[in-house]
Design a protein around this ligand. Structure first.
Ligand code: GLC
Length: 837
């Protein structure tokens, strides 16, 4: 049935966007091109993967790790230092003049030299700078070849004209202790162990080898170049000079023809190479390439070193990276009437999903990857996986299995783990996250006051596994045996269960942990990490997530042909739906939590936090809110929580710290979970609106937070316009509209799912590819290409009646079919024509 939208979302006045002052999107190159280094805050990009890679910021700072940012860090990037400071790496370009040397960095930092022209191209897993200064054009490209353990820095210096110029190139890296936190907290043991050695080869190449002493025989870092090197420095004191009264902005050693060939048996290890580019004639280019890598030994590294000393292989590796992305992105491509939507959906959003899949909430300029405070988060990564499932299901499966392996036999899950700790298999790999902070708090009778488990973690995995099964049809995965997590026991000694058994136990855990209103308990927290009510509290978010997981489980059991199981889960679903409808309606919207005494949170009579965003969207997503109440909840959300920069997570914010409610009240009103625009919640609002058939609303919610559409208001937004931040300050805050915590946010996976599966409406199910768009009524239609189970679907949607939702007709390869599910073909190109109306 066609849905026309009656009521539209509160209109928000939109001023004409001022001209972009920091950079622009180059859609053809799939890049964002920055034209000034003076971004409002630090901006960055990611290179490589969690296996080897990290962050490259827009002024050349690099944070590299292998396998685990906390436990195997390579470079010493201190994110809190000002933008203008050296951060773990740079390149100096030195020109010999009659009176001495002129030195500048093409990254601007740390020499802070004014450039004639400067661009930083934020590309798909690479950064490229083009800097013109002192008659030279320097182009630097940083990337990690696919599947390698090497960061390459391809440097090309061109003499723009006039007399020949004698040029030296001095790339520098500073190393970190492998245990990143110790580097910051221990100035005794750490420096005594840090070691750097130079190995000259006969032909003038050098390899600098670096390790913390105990890693000498296990994991060594190295820096080398494809060309001969005049000299090197491995000791920071020697390189900067005068007992470090020389600075990164002007290292004293650069006044000398050669560096000192300093090795370092303790202290601050660096790798600086003196590469003599020689006299570069007018219009000529000197090119060289550095490598920073880690292997078990230099012997093991020898192959990679030789490979990337050949510039042809460097070019090949760059082409391969481009091919990887071309293939990855080709899974879904759309052509809609909205240019910013296309830019995000075709390039930057799926790219960000790849990043969150790799780094969870472990390593960013905000989540610093020190110690065990973060790691691979159970709830975070289970959600992230859904954003890459169509593009790389088999890679996604590896992480899916790791997550399943930290589910406890009781059915609930550990909150997070560090990847290298997981590999160690010592019975201490995973931990209970922030709940550890309150683990010892007891009530008057000496009983613990808080749960040491989260009420939502274990339920997400059902959605993740379902998305794998729907995408691939590989139902046998459900039969694979994976251990449960038992602290203190080695993996081989732990009880095992099939994947299906893991999912069943997750549901059973929640079914057996209900509160006073027969609603699922909160545990230490639900999705909203910051609301920590004492034991006995119930969460309507967990209620809806449980219901949604039950729906997915019914579909799985249906696909397996187990009718009895379908009936059982249907019964559980109806029970929780009834309990929810009986107790959670507050009059104009849904309650968000009940404490152990039955007091409601997210209710009209509350002073702070009267209404919560997730409290309204999730019941619609799970189908436990229906009819008028579903709409009324969403309309109340619109009225009370919507702003021009996105939907706030709650209102009004708490006005001071209230120990009884915990983390949420540590923030000032308007920040983060306390009335801020917590972006992760916004795509759920979009999805709920599409379920209600209100495509105009859904699209407005989409546009409000689309970072690409903020390129003209970056002095307000401040954050990178090419990826979603985690939060934007709300209207209770003076800095309303300011984005923070870019890159690693669940916003990425869910906005991508909202856009592709619900607005565009193309999603996999067990029978085929569903096409069920819910679009702005003004659209005439759109086109999309979707790869699914070996076949390519070329989809055209027409909207002659200008409705939001409702498929009137579907024609597949010329034949009309009587549903909106295109069949599974396994190969070939297939035309799908859909008419709405
Ligand atoms: C952060 C956490 C995530 C949590 C969210 C809301 O993004 O990583 O796990 O759901 O905050 O509190």
């Amino acid at each position: 049935m066609a849905t026309k939208q009656k009521k539209s979302v509160k209109k928000v006045a939109s001023k004409k966007a001022p001209a972009a002052q920091y950079g622009y999107f180059d859609d053809a190159a799939k890049e964002y091109v920055l034209t000034t280094p003076a971004t409002p805050i630090k901006w960055c990009n990611y290179v490589g993967t969690l296996n080897f890679g990290g962050i490259v910021d827009t002024t050349g700072g690099t944070l590299v790790c292998k396998g685990d940012p906390a436990l195997n860090r390579i470079t010493k990037y201190i994110a809190q230092m000002p933008c203008s400071d050296f951060k773990a790496s740079t390149i100096y370009i030195r020109i010999k003049e009659a009176k001495g040397y002129t030195v500048f960095s093409p990254f601007v930092v740390p020499t802070l030299t004014k450039m004639d022209k400067w661009e930083c191209h934020v590309g798909l897993s690479y950064m490229r700078w083009i800097a013109e200064c002192c008659g030279l054009r320097t182009q630097v490209t940083i990337f990690v070849p696919t599947g390698s353990n090497t960061l390459l820095q391809d440097i090309q210096v061109t003499n723009l004209g006039g007399a020949a110029k004698e040029v030296d190139i001095i790339p520098v890296y500073e190393f970190s202790h492998f245990e990143a936190e110790k580097q910051l907290t221990n100035a005794d043991w750490v420096p005594q162990t840090m070691t750097l050695k130079g190995h000259w080869e006969k032909d003038g190449h050098v390899v600098l080898e670096q390790y913390a002493y105990m890693k000498r025989d296990y994991a060594v870092n190295y820096v080398t170049a494809n060309c001969k090197v005049g000299s090197f420095d491995g000791d920071r004191r020697v390189f900067l000079g005068a007992n470090e009264m020389g600075s990164w902005a002007a290292p004293l050693s650069l006044a000398n023809k050669e560096l000192s060939n300093s090795e370092c048996d303790r202290g601050d290890n660096i790798a600086a190479l003196m590469i003599h580019g020689g006299k570069i004639a007018a219009k000529k280019t000197f090119r060289c390439c550095t490598q920073l890598g880690q292997e078990q030994s230099l012997k093991v590294a020898a192959k990679a070193i030789a490979k990337y000393r050949d510039l042809k292989n460097v070019d090949k590796a760059f082409d391969e990276l481009a091919k990887f992305w071309e293939n990855y992105l080709s899974t879904i491509q759309v052509k809609t009437p909205d240019a910013s939507f296309n830019t995000m959906v075709n390039v930057h959003n799926p790219r960000q999903c790849h990043t969150t899949k790799n780094w969870s909430r472990y390593l960013s300029l905000y989540q610093l990857g020190y110690g065990t405070s973060r790691g691979i988060g159970y709830r975070d990564s289970t959600q992230d996986l859904m954003g890459v499932m169509s593009h790389m299901p088999e890679e996604a499966l590896v992480l899916t299995k790791n997550l399943i392996s930290v589910q406890r036999p009781e059915g609930n899950a550990m909150h997070q783990y560090a990847p290298l700790a997981l590999a160690e298999d010592n019975g201490n790999e995973a931990n209970a996250g922030d709940s550890r902070e309150k683990a010892g708090v007891k009530d008057a009778k000496g009983n613990p006051m808080y749960a040491d488990w989260y009420g939502d973690d274990h339920l997400w995995i059902i959605l993740t596994v379902a998305s794998y099964l729907k995408e691939t049809g590989k139902m046998d995965f459900l039969k694979e045996e994976i251990p449960f997590y038992v602290a203190g026991k080695k993996r081989k000694d732990r009880p095992k269960g099939t994947v299906l058994e893991h999912l069943k136990r997750a549901l059973k855990f929640t079914r057996e942990h209900l509160g006073k209103h027969n609603l699922p308990l909160l545990g230490f927290a639900d999705w909203n990490d910051c609301m920590n009510l004492p034991l006995g509290a119930e969460s309507t978010f967990n209620t809806a997530l449980y219901a949604k997981a039950l729906l997915e489980m019914m579909d799985i059991e249906e696909a397996l042909g187990d009718k009895k199981a379908v009936e059982m889960y249907k019964g559980w679903y109806e029970d929780v739906k009834a309990a929810f409808n009986k107790s959670a309606w507050d009059g104009k919207w849904w309650t968000r939590w009940f404490d152990k005494d039955g007091n409601g949170y997210g209710v009209a009579k509350a002073k702070y936090g009267k209404i919560y965003c997730n409290g309204q969207s999730w019941p619609v997503i799970a189908g436990i809110a229906f009819g008028d109440r579903a709409k009324q909840g969403m309309d109340s959300l619109n009225k009370l929580l919507n702003t021009k920069y996105g939907v706030k997570s709650s209102t009004p914010g708490y006005r001071g710290f209230e120990p009884a409610v915990g983390g949420i009240s540590t923030y000032p009103p308007g920040a983060k979970e306390n009335g801020g625009i917590f972006l992760h919640t916004n795509p759920w609002v979009m999805i709920a609106e599409t379920i209600l058939g209100r495509g105009d609303n859904a699209f407005q919610y989409y546009n409000q937070i689309n970072p690409a559409s903020k390129n003209g208001i970056l002095d307000v937004f401040e954050s990178e316009p090419y990826c979603y931040p985690q939060n934007i300050l709300g209207d209770e805050h003076k800095q309303f509209g300011m984005g923070r915590n870019a890159w690693l946010s669940g916003t990425s996976t869910w906005t991508y799912q909202a856009a592709t599966q619900f607005i565009i409406g193309i999603r996999a199910n067990y029978k085929g590819l569903v096409v069920d768009p819910c679009i702005p009524s003004k659209w005439d239609g759109f086109e999309a290409t979707r790869k699914f189970r070996g076949a390519t679907y070329q989809i055209t949607v027409k909207n002659p009646k200008h409705v939001c939702k409702g498929v009137a007709k579907m024609v597949v390869d010329g034949k009309e079919i009587d549903s909106n599910v295109a069949p599974i073909f396994t190969k070939g190109i297939h035309k799908v024509e859909v008419t709405l109306g």
